[in-house]
Design a protein around this ligand. Structure first.
Ligand code: ADA
Length: 580
């Protein structure tokens, strides 16, 4: 059973993961709603693991559309419940005992329902999901990864006492090297029909740092704000990532979360972490695997991070959607820098679709939900708002303004970024703290001679007031089919891919105007090829083969070569052990 976090979030609050086989049925003709499947679930149903993507099961490889899930929950005593979905792909409608609890659109961020006084006994939980992609979904209906369907992350049921912690928000301002003003805001909720006093305690690690009594009106909500000066702090640094656990205990409820103290800023085209210049060596990582799809197992995350760390990386770009909280916890613990983004993948869509009102609303909501979920992770330095949209257009400019305003209003402690595929014609260069360039010289555009593009790009940065903005190469690379090697540097061979990456990396690393590189990509990923659609026909095996590893995490030649460059060792085959 996979846990959500690497640490215990609740000691007092009872919680259970609703894992296992749920009843499951496809609704190919979308008749479930009119036939009331939320009360009359079809008798001839299948079963489906939760969490999982249905496309990884036999005969369900390609299905896109509506699917229904059902499970039963038995409650011992009448209780207040919180039903928490950590991620459901696309549209999700949730019903309890036939009553519609609500709707969520998204895919990689959580949503929840608080249900007062649920009676003891058996309850039926039904979820209608729909992963259909259209012109105003995020991602767009043409996208270069297989978008899967299903309840991809755990469903959790928590039992809440009369007064519970709805939210805990921790922010800080560094006031010196080892001191900070820390603000903790607790949002408390009462489900009692009488007013109550409740004791509130705050702990830093295991040390009690604050106590007070709080009065809550019947069925009311109330914020508690605590501000303190903390000293003797160790900063969160890549080579020594100090973390602090903050725990709130409110009557019979509690919640813990973890923070790290650091500063980040940009100056003279560089990124400074805790006042030290940062050079980023990274990879793009999809959280995807042919066996699990997006329902990525925790165990594999640890190994994946070991591989990434051994190759000399200090950063990962979470392409192209909010990744698991467990993964972010691992990054926090290992001192990794993370680039986090929402799944706006724009290479295929026309500018006018960027202006679609529903699309914009969904983009803003996703961004908001990602920041809400992940605000406390010190590893996240970049909130990236879109990837490869048509940033030559007014619509993309307007969207960028709205997105950057939202991010800056919510979080001043990180940098707002994006990835452009139009570095020579982009009109949004001046809007961001950091610019990412995705460019495929040597693959989509002839030979490896990024210099021509970079010259024009740097000139344009001056025109757009972005001459001091740090630049990262957020994507570059080419496909190499695992096992295909030879004496000629054929396209799609491991040799060609390795050579291309080696040349590109050496060039970027000698350019003082570039602050880091993210190779496209860590591992091969299933691509969105469908027999009835014309897109991505160059993706051999129906995979995006630009991984340093294949989809089963076996290294290609390019992995050794990039490791050699990132670790600056002459023998990248040195695996750190000797066979005896
Ligand atoms: C784009 C995109 C990636 C991937 C890559 C490629 O830059 O952001 O998701 O599709 O190109 O392989 O072409």
């Amino acid at each position: 059973m996979d846990v959500i976090r690497t640490f215990q979030q609740h000691r007092l609050r009872k919680s259970q993961l609703l894992e296992g086989l749920w009843d499951f049925v496809f609704d190919k003709d979308d008749i479930g709603l009119s036939e009331g499947w939320y009360t009359n679930f079809p008798a001839n149903h299948d079963r489906m693991p939760v969490p999982a993507c249905w496309n990884n099961e036999l005969d369900k490889f390609d299905y896109e559309g509506v699917a229904w899930y059902r499970t039963r929950i038995t409650i011992e005593d009448s209780s207040h419940l919180r039903l928490l979905f950590h991620a459901v792909l696309g549209h999700a409608d949730v019903y309890l005992d036939g009553v519609h609890l609500g709707y969520h659109y998204g895919g990689f961020t959580p949503f929840d329902f608080t249900l007062p006084d649920v009676t003891a006994g058996v309850h039926e939980l039904v979820v209608r999901t729909d992963n259909t992609l259209t012109r105003n979904t995020i991602p767009y209906h043409i996208v270069d990864w297989f978008h899967y369907g299903g309840i991809i992350r755990p469903v959790e049921i928590q039992i809440l006492p009369d007064i519970s912690i709805e939210d805990m928000r921790i922010t800080y301002d560094m006031t010196g090297d080892s001191s900070a003003t820390v603000q903790v805001t607790l949002q408390l909720r009462s489900m009692s029909d009488t007013e109550l006093d409740v004791p509130v305690s705050l702990y830093r690690n295991e040390e009690l740092v604050h106590v007070e009594n709080v009065h809550l009106p019947a069925m009311g909500i109330r914020d508690v704000n605590v501000e303190q000066v903390w000293s003797g702090l160790q900063r969160w640094n890549p080579d020594d990532p100090a973390l602090y656990m903050v725990r709130a205990v409110v009557g019979q409820d509690d919640k813990s979360d973890r923070i790290g103290f650091r500063t980040v800023e940009t100056r003279n085209k560089k990124i400074w972490l805790n006042g030290k210049e940062l050079y980023l060596q990274g990879v793009n990582r999809h959280e995807e695997h042919p066996e699990w799809g997006f329902a990525f197992p925790n165990k594999l995350m640890t190994k994946e991070l070991d591989i990434i760390q051994q190759m000399g990386c200090n950063t990962v770009r979470g392409s192209h959607y909010p990744q698991s909280e467990y993964w972010l916890d691992l990054l926090d613990e290992r001192g990794f820098i993370f680039w986090s983004e929402i799944p706006i993948w724009g290479a295929a869509f026309p500018a006018e679709d960027t202006g679609d009102l529903l699309f914009v609303e969904r983009a803003l909501t996703m961004m908001d939900e990602m920041i809400e979920r992940d605000l406390h992770h010190p590893s996240i330095l970049f909130w990236s708002v879109h990837n490869e949209i048509d940033t030559r257009s007014k619509q993309a400019y307007d969207l960028s303004i709205q997105m950057t305003e939202l991010v800056r209003a919510k979080d001043q402690s990180r940098l707002v970024s994006y990835a452009t595929m139009h570095p020579m014609t982009d009109i949004c260069l001046g809007l961001f703290d950091v610019i990412g360039i995705n460019y495929y010289d040597g693959w989509y555009f002839g030979h490896v001679k990024f210099e021509e593009m970079l010259d024009v790009f740097h000139q344009r940065c001056k025109e757009y007031g972005a001459e001091d903005t740090p630049v990262l190469m957020t994507e570059f690379g080419g496909a190499g089919v695992f096992g295909d090697s030879g004496w000629e540097p054929r396209l799609f061979s491991e040799d060609y891919q390795a050579d291309l990456l080696s040349r590109s990396l050496r060039l970027f690393r000698s350019d003082s105007k570039i602050s880091g590189t993210y190779v496209w990509q860590f591992a091969d990923t299933r691509a969105q090829l469908q027999s009835h659609q014309p897109h991505f026909r160059d993706r051999a095996r129906s995979f995006n083969n630009k991984g340093l590893l294949n989809e089963y995490r076996k290294p290609k030649l390019a992995y050794r070569v990039v490791k050699g460059i990132y670790t600056d060792i002459s023998n990248p085959y040195d695996w750190g052990f000797v066979l005896k």
